[in-house]
Design a protein around this ligand. Structure first.
Ligand code: SAH
Ligand code: SF4
Length: 397
């Protein structure tokens, strides 16, 4: 039986686009024992193998069949920014030469609401973005395509592979310090560890505009047989697609939800976020209310502070009213300037004033300081810069 390529044109679909149940059905149809499926999943999600031949406990005939029916494509790392212990930005080249970004943040309690996190990973869901928010680098060159489930999953696996190779490189460095080189060979391979504790779907693209692929990827990343990330450790951020927020509320999985608000009146929000014309604040807040009531979970309202655009104190009352109605907390994020765009972050004093005014209205709010703020600079910026440097060559695929 030939697998219909579900996500990628004429190329067979990547095996990491399939759930345990789907793989079991496939194995049964082939007459293969289903106990082989967990073995395969162990290679994919624990050992993060990128080569069928590495899967030595699977019989050769099964490996040949898997190779024939599925693809298994690791990303190419084009560029990386950051040092080992700070925020890392990764730029990947996909099969069709599209570029996407993933960001690894060592610790970012403000973003995820707890202080126990060690590594947060920010993943992209689309190549470009169709929503064209005026301040955002991701939408500047428009939308190119949706990422497939495996392309979302692979962002996590590829970063974990990178981290593992970094760790073993540093172990080798330590091992060779005795000058003989022999110590290096005696070191056992680094045990496969999970690196990512929190996942934020806040990279390039609008996740709820690629709903099915994103949900499938998150299901795989959440599953104990897959990425093993608790749903409560996964935050989805949306620019406010009201119908999809309702749909998400009806899903069984308990993801955290963050809304990119950035303006508390239709006038202010509409000026910087064209999506507000389609789903004005009344509709958005009704959908958020539905989500909150269904899930009983606190929503986060993200609010970038942009000087002279949305940092006026006239926003405080409507913002506080919305936050109170939704039992939401507010994350204030100083704007990260984007090359070629005129927007600036307000002075620190103005940021603090905005925060204090909100708190006075009895709203739970945080102001993200420099360190974590770095993450948003990555939303499409590294890709944009690289594409421009390559003179647009990377855009064709
Ligand atoms: N499309 C989704 C998720 C990706 S954007 C959304 O809009 O929510 C993730 C977050 O980064 C959003 O809150 C977005 O508004 C914010 N963002 C985009 N560009 C930014 C910048 N230059 N500085 C600070 N935050 C930015
Ligand atoms: Fe797209 Fe989100 Fe950027 Fe708006 S903020 S252009 S929705 S990625």
């Amino acid at each position: 039986m030939r697998l219909t390529p579900a996500y990628s044109g004429s190329v067979s679909a990547d095996v990491r686009s399939f759930t345990l149940e789907e793989l079991q059905a496939r194995f049964e149809a082939w007459g293969e024992p289903v106990y082989r499926v967990p073995q395969l999943l162990d290679w994919l999600y624990v050992r993060r193998a990128t080569d069928w031949d590495a899967m030595t406990n699977l019989p050769g005939a099964l490996r040949a069949r898997l190779r024939d029916e599925f693809s298994l494509r690791p990303f190419d790392l084009v560029r990386r920014q950051g040092s080992r212990d700070t925020t890392q930005k990764f730029l990947w080249r996909l099969q069709d030469h599209s570029l996407v970004e993933t960001v690894l943040i060592p610790a970012n309690p403000a973003l995820c609401g707890d202080d126990s996190d060690r590594h947060t990973l920010c993943v992209s869901t689309q190549v470009g973005c169709a929503y064209g928010c005026k301040f955002c680098a991701s939408g500047l060159d428009g939308w190119k395509r949706n990422l497939s489930p495996d392309e979302i999953v692979e962002q996590v696996l590829a970063v974990e592979r990178w981290s593992r190779s970094e760790r073993s490189a540093s172990r080798v460095d330590e091992g060779t310090s005795d000058d003989t080189g022999l110590a290096t060979r005696r070191l056992p391979p680094a045990p496969p560890q999970r690196l990512v504790d929190n996942l934020v779907v806040m990279g390039m693209g609008e996740p709820l505009a690629n709903y099915d692929h994103v949900l499938k990827a998150l299901k795989i990343l959440n599953a104990p047989w897959g990425g093993g990330l608790g749903a409560r450790k996964i935050t989805l951020s949306t620019s406010g697609l009201a119908p999809q927020i309702r749909r998400l509320a009806d899903e069984p999985l308990q993801f955290r939800l963050a809304i990119s608000l950035h303006g508390a009146t239709d006038e202010t929000r509409g000026r910087i976020m064209p999506v507000n014309r389609k789903y004005p604040l009344a509709e958005l807040s009704a959908a958020c209310g539905y989500y909150q009531a269904k899930k009983g979970r606190m929503i986060t309202l993200e609010y970038i502070l942009i000087a002279g655009v949305n940092d006026g104190l006239d926003q405080i009352k409507p913002l506080a009213a919305l936050a109170r109605r939704l039992h939401a907390k507010v994350n204030l994020i100083p704007y990260n300037p984007v090359e070629g765009l005129p927007w600036k972050r307000p002075e620190e004093k103005a940021q603090e004033n905005f925060l204090a005014a909100l708190e006075k209205q009895r709203v739970t709010a945080t102001l993200r300081h420099e360190k974590g703020g770095d993450i948003d600079a990555a939303c499409g910026q590294l890709r944009l810069k690289t594409e421009r440097e390559l003179g647009g060559a990377a855009r064709h695929g």
